[in-house]
Design a binder for this molecule. Structure first.
Ligand SMILES: Cc1cc2nc3c(=O)[nH]c(=O)nc-3n(C[C@H](O)[C@H](O)[C@H](O)COP(=O)(O)OP(=O)(O)OC[C@H]3O[C@@H](n4cnc5c(N)ncnc54)[C@H](O)[C@@H]3O)c2cc1C
Length: 329
């Protein structure tokens, strides 16, 4: 007989991964469906080398290490993990949902949407020759710090991640510049304080206009903000641009189930149920008053959603206690 899952988790970012583990603790028949070739979401794809400071229990953990640990935790449970599989539609049937993907259709009693930022990509630099130099001297993420060892590197951007990247690069690079179009940085106060104490040279308020490869190095030409033609050229080896990310969440509008949205985010109640009964949502994809897009927040949302939906599916089953009594191997 065709398998009927209790829970289908759409999206295998950190929040979907932890939800999968917790669903396993509750003995739920669970599948996680992830469109990328591996689990880990934004953390794995966009900042594997960054040190994350605000996950409970870790003084600091790199993105890669956190995902490795989540994967190990998830692997202790009997949860079907389907990667390279994109959910293309969710269809409501009488008392279950059909989950359509590019690899076929499965059935599930409930759904947890954990699609985060959807399909995301870095916001690109608009400057002459930027396209031609992408991947050669211009980068949008740091996958291997050693690539920048003993190089002169410029980071462009003014948010948390840009400050973080500059501080990360300081450990291996010969010289790091941080160029921003404003005089102030939007990063966490703690990071900005560390920036002030560091050897990173801050260059403000400038906007990059043009890139040229000269003698195997990169000439970065920038214009001073609010001036007519006050230009400056700097020579570096590499440029890392961190102007944030553009996400595409239009996919939700293409599904047959239509959870209520606030702009592009799913509205949920206090138990993370959407306007569609049986469909829950957690992580960066949702909105509620005071919602913070953080890993720690999503980790907290998962057990609430799962315990509530388990009560809906199995009203007679004993409710949750502590993890040690839920699962003994
Ligand atoms: C540069 C940067 C630095 C950050 N630093 C921190 C930090 O220090 N601390 C912190 O707490 N947070 C940080 N964040 C935020 C944190 O990464 C997010 O809050 C977290 O990743 C949210 O997890 P998620 O599982 O909800 O979503 P995501 O990580 O976005 O994962 C969602 C997953 O769903 C998949 N998906 C989407 N659509 C489909 C579909 N149709 N079918 C199948 N799969 C699908 C995606 O491929 C993705 O893997 C940072 C974010 C960025 C970009």
């Amino acid at each position: 007989m065709e398998k009927m899952y209790d829970i289908t988790i759409i999206g295998g970012g950190p929040v979907g991964m932890f939800a999968g583990f917790y669903a396993g603790l509750r003995d739920a028949q669970t599948q996680i469906i992830e469109s990328l070739p591996e689990l880990g979401g934004q953390v794995k794809a966009l900042y594997p080398e960054k040190t994350i400071l605000d996950v409970a229990g870790f003084v600091g953990v790199t993105g890669d290490e956190l995902i490795t640990r989540l994967q190990k935790q998830l692997d202790t449970m009997d949860v079907d993990q389907k990667v390279d599989t994109k959910v293309t539609d969710v269809v409501k049937k009488d008392d279950y949902f059909e989950i359509e993907t590019n690899h076929g259709v499965t059935k599930s009693k409930t759904v947890i949407i954990a699609t985060g930022n959807g399909a995301f990509k870095p916001r690109e630099l608009r400057a002459d020759n930027a396209k031609e130099l992408t991947g050669k001297r211009l980068f949008y993420s740091i996958n291997d710090l050693n690539q920048f060892k003993d190089q002169d590197v410029m980071v462009a951007g003014g948010g948390d991640s840009a400050v973080d990247m500059a501080l990360m690069l300081e450990k291996v690079a010969s010289k790091v510049y941080l160029l921003h179009r404003r005089d102030e940085f939007r990063g966490l106060e703690y990071m900005v304080d560390r920036l002030k104490e560091s050897s990173v040279k801050v260059v403000t308020p400038y906007l990059i206009k043009r890139l040229d490869e000269v003698d195997n190095r990169l000439k970065v030409t920038s214009k001073k903000v609010k001036t007519e033609d006050d230009e400056m050229a700097m020579m570096v080896d590499d440029l890392v641009v961190n102007y944030g990310f553009i996400s595409n969440n239009r996919q939700l509008k293409e599904w047959q189930i239509q959870p209520a949205l606030d702009h592009r985010l799913i509205e949920v109640n206090q138990t993370f149920e959407t306007s569609v009964p049986g469909v829950f949502a957690i992580g960066d994809q949702i909105t509620y008053p005071g919602k913070q897009d953080l890993i720690a927040t999503g980790f907290g949302e998962a057990p609430t959603a799962i315990n509530v939906l388990m009560k809906e599916i199995y009203p007679d089953r004993r409710g949750p206690v502590h993890s040690t009594s839920l699962h003994r191997k």
